[in-house]
Ligand binder design. Structure first.
Ligand code: ADP
Ligand code: MG
Ligand code: ZN
Length: 484
C-alpha cells in the first residue's frame, strides 16, 4: 500500500470576525489593536446581573454571508449557551447557536485542477468571540485581555467535500474573497479575523465509509493549514498501515516543528451542555427583510468573472486573477473605464502590480493610487507619450507617492523622445558600434534588431520612442549603415 491508495477527506469550520462597529451583545467598540481591557463593559466582562442585547447588524451581516453562499435563511432561529470552562471566557459559556442556525444548506464553487467543483456549506451561525490570553514573557503569569470578548463571529461549517490541501486552500480563498466583496469582514488572517478549524480523515480509495477524523483548531495562515493537512494525512495513513486505529481527537499544529500534537479527546455536543439562551428572544425574520438584504448585495466575484470573460475579452487566467480580490477588481474596472484597454490593465495588475506588492509584502487593499491613475498610465502608453519601460518606473513611483502619472512624468522629466532628429544621432552611434548586428540582421536573424533597439533604450534611459527607433534602425541597416 502507498499514499496513493488513500483518499484525504477535509471539512473546515471557518470563524470570521464581522466588522460591525460594536460587539454582538453590548455597545463596546470592536477595533483591533487597542490597549488591553480598554474596550469592555460589565456585559462583555460577564458581571452578574447584566443582560445581553443582540446587535441587529450582526444578523444582517450573517444573512448577507448566507445569501452570498447560496444558503437557505431560517425564518426562525435562536441563540444557545455552549458551556465550557476556559480563562478567556468570563461567563463560562459562549452564546452561540446550536440546533437552529441562521443559515443552512448552501454551497460555493471553487476552482480545482479538474475544473469547477461545488463544496457544500452545512450551516452558518452567529456567536461571540472569546477574550485573549497573553502569556507574559517575563514569566509573571498569564493576563486576560477582554477586548475581543463579545466581538461578533460567524462560523461557516463546510461539508466534508474537500479532497486535498489545494482544494482546502482554494475553498478558504474563495470564502475570504466573497466576504470581502460583501463587506462583512476585513478577513485579515494575520489579525485573527479569519481562522479555521481543520478536520482531516483518510480512507482507502473506493471505500464508501469515512475514516475517523481529527481536528486542528484555530489555524490562521494558508501556509500552516496546507502543511498541517499534509502532515496529518500522512500521519494517519502511517498509523493505519501499521495496523493502528485513528483516535478521534483535537490536535494542536506546531508551525516550528511541523507536527501535530494531541491536545484532548474530541469533545461531543453533550459535553457542552447546550441549552437555549434564556436572556435573548428568538430571531424571527420576515421574507421582506431577507429580500431587502438580497437586493443590497453587490455583484459577486463569479458574476464579475463571467462579465470580464465575455464583455471584456480577458483570458480565463486574467479574469480569475483580477476577481480573486475585490480591491484588484475595483481597480481594474475603474482603470478600464478610463483607458478603454481592459486587457492592458489586467496585464499590469497580474505582472508589475502583483510583483511590486509582493516585494513590499503588501496586500491589494494597501494600494494607495486609484484606478483612475492606473487608467491614465495605460492611456499614456497607448498614446505613445511614454514607453512601457518608463511606465514601469512611473508605477513604482505611484506606489511610493501616489500621484497623477502626468505629474510624475513632469516632475521627473520622463517624457518620451519622439523627435526623429534627436534619436538619429543615437541610432547612428549604436549602428557604428555594432557592425556584427547589422550582418546578423541581414542574414535573417531578426533578434539582432531587438538588440540594437535595446541598446538605444539603455542609452536614453528608456525614453526613446520604440516605434521610431525600430523604423530608424531599419532605415539605417537597409541604407548605408547610418540614417541621414
Ligand atoms: P463538530 O462540531 O463536533 O466539530 P461537525 O459534525 O459539525 O462536528 O463537523 C465539523 C466538521 O468536520 C465539518 O466541517 C465536517 O465537514 C467535518 N467532518 C465531518 N466528518 C469528517 C470526516 N470523516 N473527515 C473529515 N472531515 C469531517
Ligand atoms: Mg468542530
Ligand atoms: Zn461590552
Amino acid at each position: 500500500m502507498s499514499l496513493l491508495d488513500y483518499e484525504v477527506i477535509i471539512g473546515l469550520e471557518v470563524h470570521c470576525e464581522l466588522s460591525t462597529k460594536t460587539k454582538i451583545y453590548c455597545s463596546c467598540p470592536t477595533t483591533f489593536g487597542a490597549e488591553p481591557n480598554t474596550q469592555c463593559c460589565p456585559i462583555c466582562m460577564a458581571m452578574p446581573g447584566t443582560l445581553p442585547v443582540l446587535n441587529e447588524k450582526v444578523v444582517e451581516y450573517a444573512v448577507k454571508a448566507g445569501l452570498a453562499t447560496n444558503c437557505k435563511i431560517a425564518r426562525n432561529s435562536k441563540s444557545d449557551r455552549k458551556n465550557y470552562f476556559y480563562p478567556d471566557l468570563p461567563k463560562a459559556y459562549q452564546i452561540s447557536q446550536f440546533d437552529l442556525p441562521l443559515c443552512y444548506d448552501g454551497f460555493i464553487n471553487i476552482e480545482t485542477d479538474e475544473g469547477e467543483k461545488t463544496i457544500g456549506i452545512t450551516r452558518i451561525h452567529i456567536e461571540e468571540d472569546a477574550g485573549k490570553l497573553n502569556h507574559d514573557e517575563f514569566g509573571r503569569g498569564t493576563f486576560v485581555d477582554l477586548n475581543r470578548a463579545g466581538v461578533p463571529l460567524i462560523e461557516v461549517v463546510s461539508e466534508p467535500d474537500l479532497r486535498s490541501k489545494e482544494e482546502a486552500e482554494s475553498y478558504l480563498r474563495k470564502l475570504k474573497s466573497i466576504f470581502e466583496y460583501i463587506g462583512i469582514s476585513d478577513c485579515k488572517m494575520q489579525e485573527g479575523s479569519l481562522r479555521a478549524d481543520v478536520n482531516v480523515s483518510v480512507r482507502k480509495k473506493g471505500s464508501a465509509k469515512f475514516g475517523t477524523r481529527t481536528e486542528m483548531k484555530n489555524m490562521n495562515s494558508f501556509r500552516s493549514i496546507s502543511r498541517a493537512i499534509e502532515y496529518e494525512a500522512n500521519r494517519q495513513i502511517e498509523v493505519i498501515e501499521n495496523g493502528g486505529i485513528i483516535e478521534q481527537e483535537t490536535l494542536r499544529w506546531d508551525d516550528i516543528s511541523g507536527k501535530t500534537f494531541s491536545m484532548r479527546d474530541k469533545e461531543e455536543a453533550q459535553d457542552y451542555r447546550y441549552f437555549p439562551e434564556p436572556d435573548l428572544a428568538a430571531i424571527k425574520l420576515s421574507d421582506e427583510y431577507i429580500e431587502n438584504i438580497k437586493k443590497s448585495l453587490p455583484e459577486l466575484p463569479e458574476s464579475r468573472k463571467k462579465r470580464y470573460l465575455l464583455d471584456m475579452n480577458l483570458t480565463e487566467k486574467a479574469a480569475k486573477f483580477v476577481t480573486d480580490s475585490k480591491y484588484f477588481s475595483n481597480l481594474f474596472e475603474e482603470a478600464s473605464s478610463i483607458c478603454n484597454n481592459p486587457k492592458a490593465v489586467s496585464n499590469w495588475i497580474m505582472s508589475d502590480i502583483a510583483r511590486i506588492l509582493n516585494e513590499r509584502e503588501e496586500e491589494p487593499e494597501d494600494i494607495r493610487f486609484s484606478g483612475k491613475e492606473l487608467g491614465e498610465l495605460v492611456s499614456l502608453i497607448d498614446k505613445g507619450t511614454i514607453s512601457s519601460a518608463i511606465a514601469k518606473k512611473i508605477l513604482e513611483e505611484m506606489f511610493e507617492n501616489p500621484e497623477n502619472p502626468s505629474k510624475i512624468i513632469e516632475k521627473k522629466g520622463w517624457v518620451q523622445i519622439s523627435d526623429e532628429n534627436a534619436i538619429k544621432e543615437i541610432v547612428n552611434k549604436i549602428l557604428e558600434a555594432n557592425p556584427q548586428s547589422i550582418i546578423d540582421y541581414k542574414a535573417g536573424k531578426d533578434k539582432a534588431l531587438g538588440f540594437l533597439v535595446g541598446q538605444a533604450m539603455k542609452e536614453t534611459k528608456g525614453k526613446a520612442n520604440p516605434q521610431i527607433l525600430n523604423k530608424l534602425f531599419l532605415e539605417g541597416i537597409l541604407g548605408d549603415n547610418s540614417v541621414k
